[in-house]
Design a protein around this ligand. Structure first.
Ligand code: SF4
Length: 396
């Protein structure tokens, strides 16, 4: 992989070829496309911890936002356990390990939103251990329906703009911010299109394939990722795949730490057609396009307070996570819900209990298990998923 300058997606002739290249890039802890982007543009690269980091601001400051999802099981934890507890989620430990092992030397700054206690602790540990780049801890508003939340969150965005301007030497002006919003809107619209095609024909658009294609957006500029997604939509449409019996499921719990790709493949092999999920939700956490007219900061405030995908780490305000999940299930003809939570992730594990009760009240079958980045044996999950599928096919 020589980096983004090669535009590997333009050369790919078949869907499988593109997926294979995306998969290799998504798992590459050398971040070749980020390093290539920096060499090419002379700009800075800013890490974004999941979820709800306002990446449009980073782009508008002339920097490259890079979603950091830990090491995706590609490195051993040799140093991080001496700085952070071993009983926290893998993403916190392996993100720290990436830094300590020297894989993030290209990183000029790191934005960590206040999604949970582990993220807060990670930000503190990061600040002590890495003094060269900046660390920005962003306090997200809790009472999203309060009038004060607007002023408060706008203040947080302005604080981040000031920090970015200070580090990049480029003020976050209105025109580039509007342009960034437009590019991100286009990105979400292409991602939604991929999701819609998968929902209509899951056998043609396997989730494990889509996952790899979406993952490249974490390490490419959004313009490049938009071009890649357009190519993916064209190649995917032209690919031929046999129809197979599968039950339509939604996957919940993977909004922050990501499961190993093999886990998605195991679920699909077992007969689960994943037609909705919260995987890599940091790339598409606004439900509707952000307004491209008017004050761009206010547009981002409005979108965050009232238009985000609901996860266990944001406050739903007047909306309900239970209703949201059940509505999606109804609209998409979902036959079962899989709660896959990262080990030690309290927000996901607590939320799964409440959502599972709501699902069961609606007579929707559920399956629940935990995963971690370094998981390498999937037989237990395979057996559970096969039993789950059979119980839906034969007893529902
Ligand atoms: S995986 Fe869960 S506990 Fe870990 S940082 Fe993310 S939200 Fe927090």
């Amino acid at each position: 992989m020589n980096g983004a300058t090669d535009h590997f997606w333009e050369k790919a002739q078949r869907w499988e070829e593109l997926v294979e290249q995306c998969r290799a890039l998504a798992l590459d802890v050398q971040f070749p496309t980020v390093q290539a982007w920096k060499q090419r543009t002379g700009g800075q690269a800013v890490g974004c911890f999941p979820v709800y980091t306002p990446q449009e601001l980073i782009t508008a400051a002339g920097a490259l936002p890079v979603n950091l999802f830990g090491a995706r099981g590609q490195i051993d934890i040799d140093h991080a356990d001496s700085r952070i507890q071993s009983f926290v989620c893998s993403i916190a430990r392996s993100t720290l390990e990436l830094g300590l092992a020297g894989h993030l030397k290209w990183l000029d700054g790191f934005v960590v939103p206040s999604i949970c206690d582990v993220a807060r602790n990670l930000s503190g540990v990061w600040k002590h251990n890495f003094t060269e780049g900046f660390l920005f801890y962003m306090h997200l508003p809790q009472n999203v329906d309060s009038d004060a939340a607007k002023t408060y969150y706008r203040g947080e965005l302005e604080r981040l703009c000031d920090c970015l301007s200070d580090k990049t030497g480029r003020p976050v002006a209105e025109a580039p911010l509007r342009k960034a919003i437009s590019v991100f809107n286009r990105n979400r619209s292409l991602l939604n299109e991929l999701g819609a095609r998968r929902s209509a024909q899951p056998e043609k658009w396997p989730s494990s394939h889509i996952y790899a294609i979406v993952a490249t957006g974490n390490v490419l500029s959004r313009e490049e990722h938009n071009a890649l997604l357009e190519r993916a939509l064209a190649l995917g449409e032209a690919s031929l795949r046999p129809k197979r019996d599968a039950v339509r499921v939604v996957l919940r719990g993977a909004f922050c730490e990501q499961p190993p790709l093999e886990l998605l493949e195991v679920l699909e092999d077992a007969g689960c057609a994943v037609v909705d999920d919260d995987l890599q939700i940091g790339s598409r956490f606004f439900l509707e396009p952000v307004a491209e007219t008017g004050d761009p900061l206010n547009a981002l405030v409005e979108a965050y307070l009232h238009g985000t995908v609901l996860t266990p780490v944001n406050n739903p305000g007047k909306r309900s996570r239970n209703d949201d999940l059940l509505d999606r299930c109804k609209k998409k003809g979902i036959q079962g819900i899989i709660f896959a939570s990262p080990k030690f992730c309290e927000p996901a594990l607590y939320d799964a209990v409440l959502l599972r009760r709501a699902a069961e009240r609606s007579s929707l079958p559920t399956l629940e298990f935990e995963y971690e980045e370094k998981m390498s044996v999937f037989e237990s999950v395979r057996m559970q998923a096969e039993t789950f599928v059979e119980s839906i096919l034969f007893f529902s």
